[in-house]
Design a protein around this ligand. Structure first.
Ligand code: NAD
Ligand code: DAU
Length: 352
């Protein structure tokens, strides 16, 4: 059974990781949470200012591709468990630079598995390796159907191929060595602290600044959107209750065509910025499609609902409005992130 011990959360300075770290630090004062993150362009400690001084929280800068460093960290901290979110996460970047995705998502994951194996050997039953993955490993759907936990893997982008590979390694370490592993595959997240290269925060930022909003192809691609705090709650439930070797799909039952979603965002922002109705929609600009662009994702999360009693808590329209409000109220965060200032600050602080 899980009790009050050290948990390493990787990628805790990123979008979803920061919500997971916050939830665990606030809800489990007996856990010692170590946020292991290399502070890449996507990592930002300003995402965690509200909990940075909590007695059960610490930050460890480090690169999961560095096996020597990871082994030493496990040796020093003797963690009870790992919740692994660190990754290169943006599909467009994976198309221009696939090797970074192989390094962090595949090699980095295997380094963590090796360190866990060495550190926990003989006592796997009292440890847990939780790997956070994506619905993109299942490939693309047509007009109908949903991804279940039984759907065969069929990744199309270098990003999803690297995540699929890491999932396979995690399962292989369970089957081969008996490591206690759990995997979840989640749909598109949205919410606060989302880096503005991804569709929703990019569109909010561009609409706010009267800049063109790029919509790939005809905007017909469909994504299943889930509020990031509901994802963090699902990770909490799965981490504490799943059986060793189990997999859960996590999704919002909330499919939107990109173009419809962008039009809704334009309407919300017209209203919040006091613009004439229809003004922001004029910023929509159709651009060249993403190479290998998956048409549709939709998650069937019945297993999670039936076995672990998890359902999304927020209706999308409400969540989207909350998200827009957060970006409008946190201009400094957005400016630092878009200008890159946050990186200079933390680079100086951590000498890298
Ligand atoms: P993100 O890009 O916002 O954050 C990634 C974090 O990992 C950053 O803080 C970065 O500094 C850190 N990182 C990257 N390379 C590292 C390395 N080599 N060593 C240590 N740290 C490193 O990502 P996100 O959107 O929060 O996604 C988190 C996880 O959830 C990823 O594994 C992703 O595949 C998965 N996921 C994301 C979504 C989504 O919609 N964003 C959906 C399903 C699953
Ligand atoms: O499904 C889960 C995945 O969701 C995660 O595993 C990834 O880490 C995460 O980045 C996200 O991947 P997507 O590629 O779906 O997200 P993105 O925000 O990049 O794009 C969402 C949709 O919007 C997609 O169909 C591409 C389109 N798009 C995206 C951008 C950035 C545009 O039309 N214009 C854009 O400028």
């Amino acid at each position: 059974m899980i009790n009050s011990k050290t948990i390493i959360i990787t990628g805790g300075a990123g979008f979803i990781g920061s919500h997971v770290v916050r939830r665990f630090v606030n809800n489990y004062p007996d856990y010692k949470i170590i946020n292991l993150d290399n502070l890449t362009y996507a990592g930002n400690l300003a995402n965690l200012t509200d909990i940075q001084d909590a007695p059960n929280y610490s930050f460890q800068k480090g690169d999961i591709t560095d096996a020597v460093f990871i082994d030493a960290l496990f040796e020093k901290e003797k963690p009870y468990a790992v919740i692994h979110l660190a990754a290169e996460s943006h599909v467009d970047r994976s198309i221009s630079n696939p090797m970074e995705f192989v390094m962090t998502n595949v090699i980095g994951t295997v380094n963590l598995l090796n360190a866990a194996r060495k550190s926990w050997e003989g006592d796997y039953i009292n440890h847990r390796f939780y790997h956070v993955s994506t619905d993109e490993v299942y490939g693309a759907l047509g007009e109908s159907g949903m991804f279940t936990e039984e759907t065969s893997y069929d990744p199309h982008s270098p990003y999803s191929a690297s995540k699929a590979s890491s999932d396979h390694f995690v399962r292989a370490y369970h089957d081969t060595y008996g490591l206690d592993v759990v995997i979840s595959n989640c749909s598109n997240n949205y919410g606060s602290h989302h880096f503005p290269e991804k569709l929703i925060p990019l569109a909010i930022n561009n609409i706010k600044n009267n800049k063109p909003v790029p919509v790939y192809g005809k905007g017909e691609n469909v994504r299943d959107w889930l509020w990031v705090e509901d994802h963090a709650r699902a990770i909490d439930v799965i981490f504490h209750k799943a059986k060793a070797g189990d997999t859960y799909n996590i999704g919002g039952h909330n499919e939107w065509k990109n173009i419809d979603l962008i039009r809704l965002l334009c309407e919300i922002l017209d209203q919040k910025l006091g613009r004439e109705s229809g003004a922001s929609a004029k910023l929509i600009t159709f651009v060249t499609d993403r190479a290998g662009h998956d048409l549709r994702y939709a998650i069937d999360s019945t297993k999670l609902q039936n076995e672990l009693d998890w359902v999304p808590s927020l209706q999308f329209e409400e969540g989207l409005e909350k998200t827009v409000d957060w970006y409008l109220q946190n201009e400094e965060w957005l400016e630092n992130v878009t200008s890159g200032n946050y990186q200079d600050y933390y680079k100086n602080q951590y000498n890298s």
